[in-house]
Design a protein around this ligand. Structure first.
Ligand SMILES: Nc1ncnc2c1ncn2[C@@H]1O[C@H](COP(=O)(O)OP(=O)(O)O)[C@@H](O)[C@H]1O
Ligand SMILES: [Mg+2]
Length: 306
């Protein structure tokens, strides 16, 4: 378990982390979601023992990250922001170096490095120097060093940042594959990532925790949750007809999309009935799960996110 209590971090007059408290357990993939400068990286640096908090405390499986830092860090794999490593080393040399630094016994180093290389699909580049690798491969090397000692806790700072869509997909898949028995904390400013990989999300802004929920719980907070959006031939007429239905609280037209908001249950059925009764030419008709970007904007008071 990770337990953070009342963590604060000040850089001079800047308050980067402002009284954060949370607990994370095995099987949880927790996303720190927040705009740039929210304090995500700083929180991760505190949890991994790279920075001491100004006040407050945190433990990793009972080990205090300040007083018992080495024991805490043994349980953690950490991918820092931008996945720095030693560019002039080959992948093999770098991972061997990390394995030694992690105190893995000499007789187990080759097997340990080999297994990380296999899990991260680095077989084709083991003898290549890291600086010559593509961004996607470099990120995978970063992930390989993080999982090398098979830690119980993985802390990954923007693991997919700067990757192309295929590479993002691959990294998310890897995180998903490791998720069942570990505590995984990732940071991201990408909303879709939270829905794609996390089973819990903490929205952080200006160092403060503004929401702690499941991705579907966040979606349920959206005013679009259970709304119905349609694209029809004559949206103005459809809007006025649909507005009269008892299931419809409100109709809004945005560009070519008409969205109707529910008063209660049965909205989708009611809209479908109206469509067939009036014989409207419908190009699209969908039930909305909710819109994360709108929830995010609402919660953070308009802070930007992609
Ligand atoms: N070493 C530092 N010195 C001074 N201010 C810093 C330092 N690192 C981060 N900050 C500030 O702390 C705040 C939080 O930064 P950070 O934790 O990197 O946010 P995030 O990872 O969410 O983008 C920002 O205002 C940032 O400018
Ligand atoms: Mg950051």
């Amino acid at each position: 378990m990770i337990e953070a209590k009342d963590l604060c971090k000040h850089y001079g007059s800047i308050i980067a982390v402002d009284h954060l408290s949370f607990t994370v357990g095995p099987g949880e993939v927790l996303g720190f979601l927040g705009p740039n400068g929210a304090g995500k990286s700083t929180t991760m640096k505190i949890l991994t023992g790279f920075l001491a908090p100004t006040s407050g405390s945190a433990t990793v499986y009972g080990h205090d990250i300040v007083d018992d830092s080495l024991a805490a860090r043994r349980r953690i794999g950490y991918l820092p922001e931008g996945a720095p490593s030693y560019g002039e080393m080959t992948v093999d040399q770098f991972l061997t170096f990390v394995a030694r630094a992690r105190g893995i016994e000499a007789g187990h180093i080759i097997a340990t490095v080999g297994s990380a290389i296999e899990r991260l699909n680095l077989g084709t580049v083991v003898h290549q120097s890291i600086e010559t690798l593509s961004k996607g491969f470099r990120r995978r090397v970063g992930l390989a060093q993080a999982i090398l000692h098979d830690p119980d806790v993985l802390i990954l700072d923007e693991p997919t940042d700067g990757l192309d869509p295929n590479q993002k997909y691959e990294v998310r898949r890897l995180i998903g594959a490791m998720a069942s028995d570990k505590i995984i904390v990732i940071s991201t400013h990408i909303l879709e990532e939270v829905a794609a990989v996390c089973n819990r999300a903490m929205i952080i802004s200006e160092g403060r925790l503004l929401a702690d929920d499941t991705p579907s719980g966040l979606l349920a907070r959206s005013r679009y949750h259970n709304a119905v959006t349609l694209v029809v031939e004559n949206p103005h007429r459809a809007a006025s007809v649909l507005s009269e239905l008892p299931e419809v609280a409100k109709a809004e037209l945005h560009g070519r999309e008409l969205t109707v908001f529910p008063t209660g249950d049965g909205l989708f059925e009611a809209v479908s009935r109206a469509v067939s009764t009036h014989g409207w030419d419908v190009r699209e008709l969908r039930l909305e799960a909710g819109r994360l970007n709108e929830v995010f904007r609402e919660i953070t008071g308009g802070a930007a996110a992609s």
